[in-house]
Design a protein around this ligand. Sequence first.
Ligand code: 1GP
Length: 321
Amino acid sequence: MTSVHFLQRSPSKLTLSYAHNKKYFSTEIVKPLQRLIVAMLKTKKDQYLLDFLKNYFTFTLVNKYIFVWFMSNFLSNLYQLKNDGKKALAVLIDPDQSEESVLNIAHHCQANSVDFVFVGGSLTTAGILSEAIKNIKKNYFGKIYIFPGNEFMIDNNADGILFLSLLSGRNPEYLIGKQLVAAPLLAASNLEIIPTAYLLIDGGKETSVSYISNTKPIPSDKSDIAIATALAGKMLGMQCVYMDAGSGALNPIPEKMISSVMKSVNLPLIIGGGIRNIDTATKAFSSGADLIVIGNGAEDDRSIIEQISAVRDSFSVKIEF
Ligand code: 1GP
């Protein structure tokens, strides 16, 4: 049982205090909502405002910690789905393909209620990225997140960015170098930043990420290494884990590795690379993926989006007695 209690106002910040299971907590309210609240304070009584706030927060109990998220936040959406026993699907759109193809894939994403569109690639430039996001928005009305291949892939027209650190590799440029170049630009942007532990897993062939980052993927039979790497990411404060066999992988990430990471690391788990049919999508979801990402499969055959959306929905069916 959660109830919002009161707002404390100080010159520089607003703090929301609330109760959950008879314990009291407080959290600072982020700037965009602050502006909204100030506008509301001018017109409404505080009680109305508190009721309004309840609709904007979601309170999630994970282990002993309470997470407070805004409803529209990427991670809150994933936690909410996880709590409800649901799964999510993202389609990765490569901005380098033709405008017609980008528009068409975006249309299919909208038609099948794809949860998120990821946009990015290893070699994309800022101009091409920007153009692709504009085109995606013409046909897709959900959230668009940048999946960056380099520090130049920042565009305010997206909703957010996966702030990746390639933890499976030992190349400092992809662990922290590119991130620090991007950080001041991101701080000045409106993008939602999602701190993500990014693990490349061997998918049976050398991928663009592996080649360009000059890093080796984690062997697909070494679940213990994947667990240790994801745990280290969690301890460093990263808020979700993306295990990727790489674009166009021959073999998707094995179920055993997905399930062992899911059991050992209590964070939202994103799985991608080589998922291109109902069978591989079902296996990834069943073994513990919260969100799966499809790229090449959707590029080659649009009907894959519909088929895998149906797989996602099949995990959401609740039997009522
Ligand atoms: C790659 O996980 C994505 O980063 C998608 O991979 O293109 O193989 O679906 P595919």
